[in-house]
Design a protein around this ligand. Structure first.
Ligand code: FE2
Length: 250
């Protein structure tokens, strides 16, 4: 048996691509994946109305939904809330959608790369804080003898594109090495709005990095809206297929 996930990202409710979202919802209804995994940036400005639209759409899918927040999901206009309780709106969304996913084939381990503030501007790029990495490594340590495929889910890719010297994710290099050494098979992410599926090597470790594009109108490098189908069997067996929705692009 295998487990099939639909990996979506960067939906950016507020500037979402409605035709693309309709296409994804139809595919979910037709194919009934075991879960839909969204690696962040569900909203454009973390407004209550955008969160409400995200909750309606996700709850309407009728399958378990696994979420990880992105930089756009932290309060943007309400700075007091951003600092006091940055993930409050996100937590409320998570409680409102069915999130109970368990599989005999794969286990999804979250890694938080989104922070309320950081020593640079803008605050959109990723940061892997030591505490966040420790939490993910502890979860992986508990899975050492587990035969299931171990996939880390994060909003920001841990490394920049191959050949790019500067890593936009602070702490990403060390996290890549530590997660690979801890037995992760892959990291799936969003943020860059461009899909990729690469076996990367860094610091003496190898790890598969899988990203999907956006389902919003914020297209980059001419890449149309898309999502990815990820099929998993135990032992690190992962196959993926990107599904572009060019007809949906405006
Ligand atoms: Fe992002």
């Amino acid at each position: 048996m295998t487990t099939r996930l639909f990996h979506i990202s960067d939906v950016h409710f507020g500037v979402e691509d409605k035709a693309a979202l309709d296409a994804v919802a139809r595919a979910v209804a037709d194919e009934r994946p075991d879960a839909v995994v969204c690696t962040g940036d569900l909203t454009q400005r973390a407004k209550h109305s955008e969160y409400a639209a995200a909750a309606r759409w996700l709850a309407g899918l009728g399958v378990p939904v696994v979420l990880e927040p992105g930089n756009h999901d932290l309060p943007y206009y309400n700075l007091w809330e951003r600092f006091a309780d940055p993930f409050r709106r996100y937590r409320r969304l998570r409680a409102a959608v069915p999130g109970d996913f368990a599989s005999p084939d794969v286990v999804l381990v979250p890694l938080r790369t989104t922070v309320r503030a950081q020593p640079r501007f803008p605050w959109s790029d990723g940061v892997v804080r030591p505490a966040a990495l420790r939490q993910t490594l502890a979860a992986l340590a508990g899975l050492r003898d587990d035969p299931r495929t171990r996939i880390v889910i994060a909003h920001h890719p841990l490394l920049g594109p191959p050949g790019q010297r500067r890593n936009p994710t602070i702490g990403g290099d060390a996290a890549f090495v530590a997660l690979a050494a801890a037995g992760a098979h892959a990291v799936i992410s969003g943020h860059v709005h461009v899909p990729f599926d690469q076996l990367r090597s860094h610091g003496g470790q190898s790890l598969r990095m899988i990203g999907t594009g956006t389902l919003s109108t914020r297209l980059r490098r001419g890449v149309p809206p898309c999502y990815r189908v990820i099929t998993c069997a135990p032992g690190g067996e992962i196959s993926t297929e990107i599904r572009s929705l060019p007809g949906a692009a405006r």
